[in-house]
Design a protein around this ligand. Structure first.
Ligand code: GLU
Length: 419
């Protein structure tokens, strides 16, 4: 059995993929050292008054911001609220952001932050207080040209609005301090859907290349948060057949296809997918093992491991979540001929749209509606082509090719700047 600890999994995966790329790029020990080291790792504690069953108590949460590398531009990356958040996980995810921004060639580096809190267990007022205190303590190290947070697991446009408000109190009106804001506050149309839509766009390109008819292409999406739900919505609009969906409580399957907008409404009304008319209940584990053409893990890290990889029947896996597959399972799946489109490219639509938002905020010049998603599609198509081309030339998998491009760019930037 593969022992999985999320903190170790994220770090192990990064180490494994990086070492492969470093060897292929023939990087020296000192170049490797420069690429691996975090620029700064900040830990804060956030005491908060909590009201539970009529009683008041104080709980102290831990917050982290890891700023990995800024050779190519300001640090950029999400802020996650999840009970399992820890420094090791955040460090690995910060590195992943550096490679993502380099791969799509936007002028950012990589960072990630998080608080070890279950946001669903707090009231709205408590969540606002927690977010604003986190922003206060982080404000010396963030900035519109230094480090720009964004939503991630457990955070959303409202959380970004609170961050912007708190930062602006001492720095003046600064919408560019965070991305993924509500449209009314300088956010952009398309940012909310961008990550999921980007995954769907790459699936559409792949289906085209493989001459797969979307109407007969069975897709299973695990995770129905912002990424999974928008991916499913975009795929449905593109004519794909969504046969299964799930959220943290469980999933539903319908071989004839699920009406995604009905699933969204049903979840809004009842709080879960279960009982959606025309579907049968399944567990998250069963969803992963369904006979389908395309599997989209869009929930958390380490959902596909050496304990369940053998049961996977999909021909293609698109990593909508960050690091949903352990590197050992990744190798075994590839040996079976399963094509994996890695997180590095599959879910990069989010930060790409963030970049378009940041540019508009800095210029105080909003683009016409629709331009964010059309630019995003164009850039993603180009990058996917580059990655596929390199993978073919080098006879390597897509992940290896993507890492090679990204690391090559960051390493070159470090060398040019000197240190
Ligand atoms: N949290 C997202 C990611 O992991 C987006 C980050 C951003 O927009 O800065 O890619």
């Amino acid at each position: 059995m593969e022992q999985i600890n999320v903190q170790c999994h994220c770090q192990d995966n990064q180490k494994h993929y990086l070492n492969r790329a470093f060897d292929r790029l023939r990087l020296s020990e000192s170049q490797r050292e420069l690429l691996l080291a975090s620029f700064r790792e900040t830990t804060i504690s956030i005491p908060l008054r909590i009201h539970e069953n009529g009683a008041e108590s104080v709980r102290t949460f831990s917050g982290y911001r890891v700023q990995h590398n800024h050779a190519r531009g300001p640090f950029k990356g999400g802020l996650r609220f999840h009970p399992n958040v820890n420094l090791g996980e955040i460090r690995a995810l910060a590195q992943l952001m550096t490679w993502k921004t380099a791969l799509v060639d936007i002028p950012f580096g990589g960072a990630k932050g998080g608080i070890n809190v279950d946001p669903k267990a707090l009231s709205v007022t408590e969540l606002e207080e927690l977010t604003k205190r986190c922003c206060q303590k982080m404000s010396p190290i963030i900035g519109v040209h230094e480090d720009i947070p964004a939503p991630d697991v457990g955070t959303n446009p409202q959380v970004m609005a609170w961050m912007m408000e708190e930062y602006s109190k001492t720095n003046g009106f600064r919408p560019a301090i965070v991305t993924g804001k509500p449209v009314e506050l300088g956010g952009v149309k398309g940012r909310l859907e961008a990550t999921g839509h980007g995954v769907a766009h790459l699936i559409r390109i792949t289906a085209d290349e493989q001459s797969l008819d979307p109407a007969h292409c069975r897709v299973a999406v695990q995770g129905f948060g912002n990424v999974g739900s928008h991916c499913a919505k975009s795929l449905a609009a593109m004519g794909f057949k969504i046969i299964a969906l799930s959220d943290s409580r469980g999933g539903v399957v319908a071989q004839g296809g699920i009406d995604v907008s009905k699933a969204v409404d049903h979840r809004k009304e009842t709080g879960s997918l279960s009982g959606l008319s025309g579907t049968k209940a399944i567990s998250n584990a069963e969803l992963l093992e369904l006979a389908c053409d395309i599997l989209v893990p869009a929930a958390m890290e380490a959902t596909i491991t050496c304990d369940n990889d053998i049961a996977i029947k999909a021909d293609f896996i698109f990593e909508a979540a960050n690091m949903p597959i352990t590197h050992m399972a990744d190798e075994r799946l590839r040996k079976r001929g399963i094509v994996i489109v890695p997180d590095l490219i599959a879910n990069v639509g989010g930060v790409l749209a963030s970049y378009y938002e940041w540019v508009q905020n800095l210029q105080q010049y909003p683009w016409d509606g629709g331009l964010v998603l059309s630019n995003l599609e164009k850039r993603l198509s180009f990058v996917y082509q580059q990655v596929q081309k390199l993978a073919k030339e080098r006879q390597v998998d897509l992940r290896a090719a993507a890492y090679e491009i990204a690391i090559g760019r960051v390493s070159y930037a470090i060398n040019l700047r000197g240190f």
